[in-house]
Ligand binder design. Structure first.
Ligand code: ASP
Length: 429
């Protein structure tokens, strides 16, 4: 359906309005300083709108998506996606480790403290897997538990498509009706996402202004090297790893970066992969031409488990903490960081600051437990002080990575409308 052409404010492309909000927010944040927290409710307003729509978007589109893709193809595409997610995460950690070895953040700080080591136990593998099965799917939906909701929605969609093929007219008709209802609801959710995005420029302004106003100056000083190493790593991963992977599979990286912009910026300011999910799904549909049967599954999954930016950040910060207390990590210990950072990033929830909590697990794995009063705790506290700044970049990479992997898998599965990548199809309003 063609949308009416509008002039003036509403005719001005949204992405420019969002960018203007971002720039003005940074300027105002620097100028006003901590008092800028007065505009925080405006940022919260935007985030609440996104949170409101996350679970309905995931659920309705995934049911429709699962019903539209054959189980064999679904399993194959799912396997490829998970493989991609893991490989890119490992590369991100390698980049983080390499840069931290090069720049040696924290070296020479020699923090001291007191305190004793304490055991922290990670959740058992079997509990992680069992947790995927919702004992009550409605409770999973209501509490925003994404993974169990994904499992139930896929089963429901698959069952609906299966019974649609039965030779019983009553059942076929009933399942078609149900799917039509879900389809209509999914479309309505997308419409609401577009409305919510009209608020984005103001939300973006407020969110960035508050972070810059309250934490901006702290990134200078001893933490400048950490911030620099993390951001340099994120940029290398974004340009070289994602750009290279897209090129290998014959996709134009510039097209991806520009199509994904709304999601990358929303992730940057909201610091939440889950919160950004409605926007990520919208750009997959409207800017990148990815089949709904694929992205309705891979993007919610990616927002929950694929966190390249978080993994990279955890690698740099683990080395920073070790250096800062005067106990640089050996190569063997860095290999342990690699392994635990993969697991920690998978276990990190897509919400602000979650990666910093999971960093505790990485530190613990190399004998650096955070104990009250210990030197490790002091170093960790320093990083926490600028977490919002680091979280913005890593979340943006996390979300962009989900779109990169999904685009590539879509290409290999013939689930990508290549017209979108040749500039023939215009993004819908
Ligand atoms: N905020 C990140 C995300 O939502 C997770 C993290 O804290 O690293 O992707």
């Amino acid at each position: 359906m063609a949308e009416r052409r509008r002039g003036g404010y509403f005719g001005f492309p949204l992405i420019y309005k969002i960018l203007i909000g971002l720039v003005i927010g940074i300027i105002v944040g620097i100028a006003v300083g901590p008092a800028i927290t007065a505009v925080k409710p405006l940022g919260d307003f935007f985030i609440r709108l996104l949170q409101m729509i996350v679970m309905p978007v995931v659920f309705f589109s995934l049911v429709v998506g699962a019903a539209s893709i054959s189980p064999v193809r679904g399993v194959r595409a799912g396997g490829k996606t998970i493989g991609f997610y893991i490989v890119t995460t490992v590369i991100a950690i390698a980049i983080g480790l390499a840069l931290a070895n090069l720049f040696k953040p924290g070296l020479g700080m020699a923090l001291v403290g007191e305190g004793v080591a304490k055991e922290v136990t990670a959740p058992a593998m079997k509990d992680v897997f069992l947790g995927l099965i919702p004992t009550n799917p409605f409770a999973a939906l209501a509490t925003g538990a994404v993974l169990p909701t994904i499992v139930f929605a896929i089963l429901l969609g698959t069952a609906l498509s299966y019974i649609k093929g039965l030779k019983v007219p009553r059942i076929t008709e009933a399942s078609e009706n149900v799917l039509r209802v879900f389809d209509g609801l999914a479309e309505a959710m997308y419409k609401m996402v577009r409305w919510i995005l009209e608020v984005a420029p103001y939300g973006v302004f407020a969110l960035i202004a508050v972070v810059v106003g309250t934490q901006g100056t702290k990134v200078f000083g001893p933490l400048a090297v950490v911030t620099g190493a993390v951001y340099l790593g994120l940029i290398i991963h974004y340009l070289v790893v994602y750009g290279g992977a897209l090129r290998i599979w014959g996709l134009n990286p510039v097209r991806l970066w520009s199509g994904a912009r709304d999601a990358s910026i929303t992730a940057f300011v909201t610091r939440s992969s889950s919160g950004t999910l409605p926007v990520t799904m919208r750009v997959a549909e409207e800017n990148l031409g990815i089949d709904r049967g694929l992205y309705s599954f891979t993007l919610p999954l990616g927002a929950t488990v694929n966190m390249d930016g978080t993994a990279l950040y955890q690698a740099v910060c683990a080395l920073f903490v070790a250096n800062a207390i005067g106990m640089p990590l050996t190569i063997g210990a860095q290999m342990i960081v690699m392994l635990t950072a993969v697991l920690a990033s998978i276990g990190t929830a897509g919400v602000p600051g979650a990666g910093a909590i999971m960093l505790l697990m990485v530190l613990q794995s190399v004998g650096l437990p955070v104990e009250a009063g210990s030197a490790v705790a002091i170093a960790y506290g320093m990083i926490l002080g600028i977490d919002a700044i680091l979280d913005m970049g890593r979340t943006s990479l996390n979300v962009t990575g989900d779109l990169v992997c999904t685009s590539i898998v879509a290409k290999t599965e013939n689930m990508l409308n290549l017209d979108f990548w040749r500039g023939k199809a215009k993004a819908k309003a």
